[in-house]
Design a protein around this ligand. Structure first.
Ligand SMILES: Nc1ncnc2c1ncn2[C@@H]1O[C@H](COP(=O)(O)OP(=O)(O)OP(=O)(O)O)[C@@H](O)[C@H]1O
Length: 270
């Protein structure tokens, strides 16, 4: 994929794995600036093939800037650094970005080569639970259904890397939970490397193998989600991880407050 911010010092090398370490994505010393202000400040990040990484961080920390750099959508941005990423990349945004004048199936297969494109498109729609809606217009679908079409459009291209920028941010809570299940199943089947930008710590824990916290252009934490059994908010391990991630985002939780108070009390003791 040709993709470069102005001033990028090194070329992207699609699909290369020079170290043979199984990484699908390798980002080294990435810098991105707007009007002289560094939003990404020498960032390094690797994502293994078929690894699911969630990227969280406060508003303005540079999450979308990083995702756009990886997607090759930042030609006008000032920057340096090196990005090694696969050739086949698909991007899903918060809004489904379907063409309103094309039917659902035509949106899915748009630009897809091969005599079997339509059959693959139908199969992708089946996978996301939209069999029978091939001839519907986008406007006839709910928000959740439109995002399903957007996922089908991405996955029909069999991406080695799936980039998702708050894909479920505009959906209601119940639809979101259903979409989490769908995305997890699709990823287990197609096994792309995934970078998911989200504001939702629970979404990150439920879906990801690793959660990366971005803070002022640097990686402030890189945490493997190592929870035994189903990832249910009720378990102590889940609560501890959630608490830790919220701490990195500067959010005070009752548990953190309790710990701080007990530390302060023990310091006061003679
Ligand atoms: N095209 C642009 N021109 C100028 N500044 C920009 C541009 N795009 C992003 N920025 C700035 O870069 C910083 C990082 O933006 P970015 O969208 O990457 O943050 P984010 O972590 O995705 O935020 P949010 O969670 O609110 O979506 C912000 O301060 C933003 O104002």
């Amino acid at each position: 994929m040709a993709a470069h911010a102005r001033g990028l010092t090194a070329e992207r090398k699609p699909g290369e794995d020079p170290r043979g370490d199984g990484a699908a994505v390798r980002i080294t010393g990435l810098v991105r600036s707007f009007e002289g202000r560094r939003v990404l400040d020498g960032l390094d990040l690797s994502i293994d093939a078929d690894e699911f990484v969630a990227l969280i961080g406060r508003s303005g920390s540079g999450k979308s800037t990083l995702l756009r750099a990886l997607a090759g959508l930042d030609h006008e941005v000032e920057g340096t650094g090196r990005i090694d990423a696969p050739e086949q990349v698909s991007v899903v945004f918060q809004d489904a970005r379907l063409l309103p004048w094309k039917r659902v199936l035509d949106n899915v297969v748009l630009g897809l080569a091969g005599a079997d494109a339509e059959e693959r498109g139908r199969a992708a729609l089946r996978e996301v639970g939209l069999e029978g809606r091939e001839r519907a217009w986008p406007v006839e679908l709910s928000g959740g259904e439109q995002q399903r079409v957007s996922l089908a459009r991405s996955l029909v291209r069999e991406p080695e890397l799936l980039l998702a920028d708050e894909p479920f941010g505009a959906l209601d809570a119940l639809t979101r939970i259903r979409m989490h299940g769908l995305l997890r199943r699709l990823c287990e089947r197609h096994r792309p490397a995934v970078l998911l930008v989200t504001h939702d710590v629970d979404e990150a824990i439920v879906l990801a193998d690793r959660v990366v916290v971005l803070d002022r252009g640097h990686i402030a934490a890189d945490i493997t989600v190592d929870l035994a059994g189903p990832r249910r908010p009720g378990t102590p391990e889940y609560a501890a991880l959630r608490d830790r991630l919220l701490g990195h985002l500067g959010v005070e939780t009752p548990a953190r407050q309790e710990r701080a108070e007990s530390k302060a009390r023990s310091r006061e003791k003679p």
